[in-house]
Design a protein around this ligand. Structure first.
Ligand code: AMP
Ligand code: MG
Length: 417
């Protein structure tokens, strides 16, 4: 008996709901612990491992929010208008320690430090000059047009929580608080391969019976994240030994291994047998999802293995529903992306119950409440690529719903890629 036949004993496993499969997959992966220190200009899109502490107050000193005149509201009591001599001029970058002479005003520009003794800035459009005198007709309230020292972030306090992605505005915040280096989780190592003896890469000629590899470029694109370090192992033929060796090699070198194809119960589907031979723990085998029912999640050595179905639309949906949340957790990300938007069905669809269904949709109209009225694309064939390529989102249909009727509320997951 060949090794692969031996390992194929007992292809069973309960069918899980999408939510249960997602939770099991997330539970099967450990959160990243290893960290590295990065300068801000190399940290875009990386995950904060420790909350960086503000080195200085932001802003570091009280400063003018407008071009205008710094005054003391104590000088502007009783009946206006008031006439104040302009006694000083302070521009951004002025490093003197200035005190406002009582009974006077200081010309001031946006970002300049507020002189001691001043407690409001009158914007220049609301002030009148008469030579060296400022004429104020309306007394400002205290603190008007002043950005307070530390009002954005206080020195010594965490500038951002850990587990957050470093986006452009977050990098700006860290820079503003004087942080030059951040502690980020090391990149998640992800290995990828496509299985299928029928696959050819675009650019090479196609023989009868062959198809072009759509999943490789799609999954590479979905995995192109600054927090992922991707190794692409290319195409594997439907050969038990080759697949087993590839799984072992990829599991040794990566935190997560993702493959497409070969997870159904056919004789040429070798992933499951290969995993069993490698003593994998199998956590998810069947999911009540359309498209994408056969899906294999397990652990091989120290790695999480996610075997996606071969049909490209099924691979895309199961990647988004099952693989992506696990990748995010493994990378140390604790922020959740917006899961869905409320929408309304613009179509009727009698359906077979039992599986949660993901339907590519688009829209060009909204209802009175501003919800997109979505139209279905395609006829639901999981091999079709046209519909998902043109979709603006994916409508999520409850497993028990016997039909979708025009006008009924739907949840739609927006597609950005
Ligand atoms: P499998 O999951 O291996 O049974 O594949 C299911 C279907 O998806 C078959 O029609 C395959 O030819 C097709 N398929 C598998 N992998 C890919 C791929 N990388 N690109 C496009 N189609 C694929
Ligand atoms: Mg196959």
């Amino acid at each position: 008996m060949a090794q692969a036949d031996f390992c194929s004993a007992g292809k069973t496993g309960a069918t899980l709901s999408v939510d249960a499969a997602r939770l099991r997959t997330i539970a099967a992966v450990a959160m990243m612990r290893e960290t590295e220190v990065l300068p801000l200009d190399r940290a875009l899109g990386r995950v904060l491992a420790e909350p960086p502490l503000a080195r200085v107050n932001l802003p570091p000193f009280d400063n003018a929010a407008m071009d205008g005149y710094a005054v003391s509201t104590r000088d502007l009591t009783g009946e206006g208008p008031w006439r104040l001599p302009v006694s000083d001029r302070v521009a951004a970058g002025d490093t003197r320690s200035i005190t406002l002479r009582p009974g006077t005003a200081a010309r001031i520009f946006t970002g300049a430090p507020i002189p001691a003794g001043a407690d409001a800035v009158i914007m220049q459009e609301r002030a009148h000059r008469d030579g060296d005198m400022l004429i104020v007709s309306e007394a400002p309230r205290a603190a008007l047009n002043i950005r307070r020292r530390g009002e954005d972030r206080r020195a010594g306090e965490p500038a951002l929580p850990s587990g957050h992605l470093l986006t452009a505005p977050r990098l700006a915040l860290l820079a503003g608080t004087g942080i030059a280096l951040v502690s980020a989780f090391r990149k998640l190592r992800v290995g990828l391969f496509s299985t299928g003896s029928e696959l050819q890469e675009p650019g090479s000629p196609l023989r009868h019976g062959q198809i072009y590899n759509s999943n490789r470029v799609m999954l590479r694109a979905l995995l192109a994240q600054p927090w992922i370090d991707l190794t692409d192992y290319g195409i594997l033929r439907d050969d038990a030994g080759a697949i087993r060796a590839a799984i072992r090699r990829a599991a040794e070198a990566n935190d997560i291994v993702i493959s497409s194809g070969g997870v159904s119960a056919g004789e040429e589907d070798h992933i499951l047998d290969a995993l069993r031979c490698e003593d994998a723990t199998l956590d998810v085998l069947k999911v009540a999802i359309r498209p994408g029912k056969p899906l294999t999640v397990g652990r091989v050595g120290g790695a999480l293995y996610v075997g996606l179905p071969g049909n490209p639309y099924a691979a895309a949906v199961t990647f988004g529903q099952i693989a992506r949340p696990a990748l995010r957790k493994a990378a140390g990300l604790s922020e959740m992306p917006e899961p869905w938007i409320p929408a309304v069905a613009g179509f009727d669809y009698p359906r077979t119950t039992g599986r949660r269904e993901y339907i590519p949709v688009t829209w060009d109209q909204r209802d009175a409440m501003g919800r997109p009225v979505v139209q279905r694309l395609g006829r639901g064939a999981s091999a079709s690529l046209g519909p998902i390529a043109m979709a603006r989102g994916i409508a999520v249909i409850d497993p028990d719903m016997p039909h979708v009727s025009a006008g009924q509320p739907l949840q739609v997951e927006p597609l950005f890629e």
